[in-house]
Ligand binder design. Structure first.
Ligand code: AVI
Length: 342
């Protein structure tokens, strides 16, 4: 589940809960307790812009997360199964590259099969630290992993990973930190925000640190357009669900039936854009304000940038990483990149 905004972000105050040696793994949560980010303010600001924009982080309420899982299983949506295939096919080489006694720091809750593949194959992991803004999701996923991997110290961190956060200290001192960011979620950040995120990862990786990251590659636009316009309409439902969430949690009066899903490849900017397009002239009320929509006026809800290996390598270099290995599938649709700190 991605956290953080794709065009802006707020600052946070953090603290670490003291770690009790020998305590059960699910007790050792490190938590950021004070969100300075004002979500309503961010939404109002986004709706005041031209074009109107809402952050894709609002996709992921309970229903949105379930819809995203359904998207991952759709025949048209290739990224999840392609990345999983790459991980299954090359995990021994990945483990070789990473080396023994690493601390695995995952950006995201670690509920995916890809995480389990790494936990099964990395050589004598020092610790596993999933980092996610959604505390409940994080704790549930960490507890499930603690049951299945009792010999690995699991230290969940509840934090907005787009900002530097303190890492807990594992019992076994790690030989290196490996930051793991699967799912091509980096593509949901604007290039400047993606750069900033890579810089934070560089900092968290520390001396001798490494990064393992999933990148969705540029490809035939027809394949991309199909992946975000599935025939069962699940992506459309996922997109429209954002309006239901904003109604429920922030008191807006969006009529989801008065908007339609649109997704298309924008070649100039190298990204899929997802929009919610107003079917008519209408006014939406939120936070004591009124937002007018013309017929066909749209809200941008997501960008999903696709990179060539060369573009990603240049972006990694700018953030202080060097790509030392990369694995892909037979179609060259997706790539898992292994980078070291320069
Ligand atoms: C989470 N993220 C990488 C997905 C993507 O493909 O950009 C989100 C998504 N949006 C529509 N379908 C999937």
């Amino acid at each position: 589940m991605p956290a953080g905004s794709f065009w802006a972000s707020g600052s946070r105050v953090t603290h670490s809960e003291g770690k009790v040696p020998g305590a059960p793994q699910d007790a050792q949560l490190t938590e950021q307790d004070e969100a300075v980010t004002d979500n309503l303010g961010e939404i109002l600001h986004g709706l005041s812009r031209s074009p109107k924009m809402l952050s894709p982080k609002y996709f992921y309420d309970e229903r949105g997360s379930a819809l995203f899982e359904a998207i991952c299983d759709l025949p048209e949506y290739y990224p999840t199964r392609t990345e999983l295939g790459i991980m299954r096919g090359h995990v021994d080489e990945i483990a070789e590259r990473v080396g023994p006694h690493a601390s695995l720091i995952e950006y995201g809750s670690g509920s995916s099969l890809k995480t389990r593949i790494l936990l099964e194959h990395l050589d004598r992991l020092a610790a596993y630290m999933p980092v996610d803004i959604s505390r409940d999701h994080l704790v549930a996923a960490a507890d499930a992993l603690a049951r299945d991997f009792p010999s690995i110290e699991i230290l969940p961190v509840a934090a907005d990973f787009t900002h530097p956060f303190p890492l807990p200290s594992p019992r076994i001192p790690p030989q290196r930190n490996l930051v793991y960011f699967p799912g091509s979620t980096i593509g949901n950040f604007l290039p400047t925000a993606a750069h900033e995120l890579l810089c934070v990862m560089h900092q968290e990786a520390g001396e001798n640190g490494a990064l393992l990251i999933g990148i969705d590659l540029k490809k035939d636009p027809a394949i991309l357009n199909r992946a975000y316009n599935d025939s069962a309409g699940v992506t459309a439902e996922f997109n429209l669900n954002m309006l239901r969430r904003i109604n429920r949690e922030f008191g807006a009066d969006f009529d989801p039936g008065a908007f339609r899903h649109r997704a298309f490849w924008n070649d100039a900017d190298g990204r899929i854009e997802m929009h919610l397009v107003s079917r008519k002239q209408q006014i939406v009320r939120l936070g004591g304000r009124e937002f007018r929509f013309r017929p066909d006026e749209f809200i941008v809800t997501e960008y999903s940038h696709k990179y060539s290996p060369r573009q990603f390598s240049a972006m990694a270099e700018r953030a202080g990483f060097r790509v030392v290995d990369a694995w892909t599938d037979a179609n060259h649709w997706f790539s898992v990149q292994f980078c070291l700190r320069r």
